[in-house]
Design a protein around this ligand. Structure first.
Ligand code: DQA
Length: 178
């Protein structure tokens, strides 16, 4: 661990905590993604969900280094295997987050209830998949989430999450400028 970098990060965090201004983003993962690393590694890779989340958090740290202190990104992570818990999380998102990066996993292909939840809230959602669902089995090629999200990134593992974050941050930044 780089001590100087860590100290800089902690200081920045303290300054922001005093000012109390963050762009809060949730990275939300659906069913079976807790098994990453041992689940079909030939498709989803060998990275665990914890390692993926750490990579995404590191990417956000890098972006924060070149952002204004009063507009830093605060990223949080949540995974659930339960549709109702995911619906509650989406319904509560306007009170807690400015935007959500969402890998709906198997729900992508059929859950109208989750799609309805996204459509019901103002929070912008970006859909993400580790694999390229457009080139996989027929039943995976369609996602019911895509047209209620502001973008979709897939096929590049953790890099797809980082691309989704770039898209969401740019979108939120441009909304702030309006
Ligand atoms: C997935 C693709 C889905 O079809 C599958 O059910 C998943 C993961 C992906 O990240 O590639 O669980 O969303």
């Amino acid at each position: 661990m780089d001590g100087a970098k860590d100290a800089a990060r902690i200081n920045r965090r303290k300054t922001i905590d005093q000012k109390g201004h963050f762009m809060k983003i949730l990275v939300l993962n659906g069913p079976n993604l807790n098994l990453l690393g041992r689940r079909e590694p030939e498709i989803y890779g060998s990275q665990t969900l914890d390692a993926l989340n750490r990579e995404v958090a590191g990417y956000v740290d890098e972006r924060n280094e070149v952002r204004n202190l009063d507009n830093q990104v605060d990223v949080q992570f949540f995974q659930s295997n339960h549709e109702g818990v995911l619906i509650d999380t989406i319904q509560n998102s306007p009170r807690a987050y400015q935007g959500v990066i969402y890998n709906p996993a198997g729900h992508s292909h059929y859950s109208i209830a989750l799609r309805d939840a996204i459509a019901a809230v103002e929070t912008p959602f970006v859909e993400v998949h580790l694999s390229d669902i457009s080139t996989r089995e027929e039943f995976r090629r369609h996602s019911v989430m895509t047209d209620v999200c502001i973008g979709r990134f897939m096929g590049k593992g953790a890099a797809s999450y980082c691309e989704a974050l770039d898209h969401l941050i740019d979108y939120l930044d441009s909304r702030q400028e309006d």
